[in-house]
Design a protein around this ligand. Structure first.
Ligand code: NAD
Length: 488
């Protein structure tokens, strides 16, 4: 596979954004980015050292008193400017993501979602309010909601700026200051956002954006004594390390959005064509690199043959190629590490399940492409049915009754998203109640979400929830003030 389309973006930011300035790493260190579509190196990005990470935290700490003292509407003014700049940068952001992690530009939407999110949060600062209680005789008691101080955000590579803004906006509007670490696999859109933060005129130190690997900068952040909340999206393995680091350091609050092994369940009375199209899109989008993708599909045995035929046909129809071309719908996997990991799961699944589609890798030299891959009859306890593959690989198994499918669906350590397709409302709600999952889609599946509904995981899929109505709470301390009233 060769890159046939030249990107319009000719130069891009690769430095750290600390205290309102773009700087190289203090030791001059960089890490390389290679195109997942061609394997060719195309950029070197500054790798934050321990000193750089500490400097970013110190800048955020110094900026906190003035930022938290602003009226929420004044903080919101910066948000509105940033939203506008992000909208104007749509094409550039799409190209930067295509270059670094292979997302087809035709599928890029994060600029619109993040701009809308900033516009929403710009108006929410006044919602940070406490309560009063007259229930203790002789007292008027109140609670105050106050920002924590410095918030850390560590984000993954699959939809980077969605997480960057999803974490920073509620933290900032409530008066906190932030340090963000981008993912080493896809730092360019975060670096671009840093240039827009500068243009929007945010005071220095309020938002600091650094780049680098888990070792050193991510680890320094999660152990840092001056970071009071850390919001993380990424793998369960890293989430556990961050939780342990928080416990070993200052017991900072930790919000974890982790992986999934999401089931979709199709009953005989479902709209089969709709269920096929939606479950296919769920596992196909972003080449399967989506935490909530339905990776296990359970179809009632009475409709299995029809469902599988339609699914196989639809899943095979992708336009694989250069992610910079507007006609491409299927890009490469993000990098060689992801590619090899997915291949190893495919090899293992081939030994125990029935390969029905795909498993035709590129040779690895010219890009990390994996075609849509479907397995049937994979044993429930096989590793590919239990672990997150994070690629365009789906398993379809059958079931006979509700109890059986609930047991299969819940037999995983994950619990991020489950989907049920049925026209029977009682069955749908029974299932919604029984499924161990942070979100349940009824006659819809992931990535269907709602901006004003909480998103997060049961079990090892995470701790805490994010979303327009709940995220402000993640970044506000609650202080109880007890006021004794003198007798007359
Ligand atoms: P990852 O855990 O490898 O990396 C995520 C981030 O953590 C990166 O910025 C990385 O540099 C950093 N990191 C790595 N080691 C660290 C350490 N020791 N200390 C601190 N930071 C460290 O995950 P990834 O590969 O970037 O993302 C894929 C994973 O993210 C998948 O498991 C996916 O399911 C999950 N994910 C979850 C959601 C959700 O909302 N639940 C959304 C998207 C992705």
């Amino acid at each position: 596979m060769s890159i046939s389309q030249q990107p319009k973006v000719k130069s891009f930011e690769t430095r750290l954004f600390i205290n309102g300035k773009f700087v190289e790493a203090s030791d001059g260190g960089t890490f390389d980015l290679s195109s997942p579509a061609t394997g060719e190196k195309f950029a070197s990005v500054s790798e934050a050292t321990e000193a750089d990470t500490n400097a970013a935290v110190a800048a955020a700490k110094a900026a906190f008193p003035a930022w938290s003292a602003l009226a929420p509407s004044d903080r919101g003014t910066y948000f509105k400017k940033l939203a506008q700049l992000i909208r104007e940068s749509h094409d550039e952001l799409a190209e930067l993501e295509a270059l670094s992690m292979g997302r087809p530009v035709s599928m890029y939407f994060e600029s619109f979602v993040t701009a809308e999110s900033l516009e929403h949060y710009a108006e929410t600062g006044y919602d940070a309010q406490g309560t009063t209680s007259l229930n203790t005789p002789g007292f008027v008691n109140i609670t105050m909601r106050q920002p924590y101080g410095v918030v850390g955000a560590i984000i993954p590579w699959n939809v980077p700026i969605l997480f960057l803004i999803g974490k920073c906006a509620p933290a900032l509007i409530t008066g906190n200051t932030v340090i963000v670490k981008s993912s080493e696999k896809a730092p360019l859109t975060s670096a671009k956002i840093a240039t827009l933060v500068e243009k929007a005129g945010f005071p220095p130190g309020v938002i600091n954006i650094i780049h680098g690997h888990g070792q050193v900068s991510g680890n320094v952040m999660s152990h840092h004594m001056d970071i009071r909340v850390i919001s993380f999206t990424g793998s369960g393995r890293t989430g556990r390390l961050i939780q342990a680091a928080a416990a070993k350091s200052n017991l900072k609050n930790v919000i974890l959005e982790l992986g999934g092994k999401s089931p979709a369940i199709i009953f005989p009375d479902a709209n089969i064509e709709k269920a096929v199209e939606q479950t296919k899109s769920s596992i196909h989008f972003n080449s399967g690199q989506v935490c909530m993708a339905n990776t296990r599909i359970y179809v009632h045995e009475s409709i299995a043959q029809k469902f599988i035929e339609l699914f196989q046909k639809s899943f095979a129809q992708v336009n694989s190629g250069d992610p910079l071309l507007p006609t491409t719908t299927h890009g490469p996997q993000a990098d060689e590490i992801q590619y090899k990991q997915i291949q190893s799961y495919i090899e293992e699944a081939k030994k125990v399940g029935k390969l029905a589609l795909g498993a035709e890798p590129s040779d690895g030299k010219n890009g990390f492409f994996i075609s849509p891959t479907l397995f049937l009859e994979t044993p429930e306890n096989a590793r590919p049915m239990k672990e997150e593959i994070f690629g365009p690989v789906v398993h379809i198994n059958t079931f006979r009754d509700e109890d059986e499918v609930v047991a299969k669906a819940n037999d995983t350590e994950y619990g991020l998203y489950a989907a049920v397709y049925t026209k029977d409302i009682s069955r749908a709600l029974r299932m919604a109640k029984k499924l161990e999952s942070g979100s349940v889609g009824v006659n819809c599946t992931s990535p269907t979400t709602a901006k004003d509904m909480p998103f997060g995981g049961y079990k090892a899929s995470g701790i805490g929830r994010e979303g327009w109505t709940v995220s402000l709470d993640n970044y506000l301390e609650t202080k109880t003030v007890l006021i004794s009233i003198d007798d007359e």
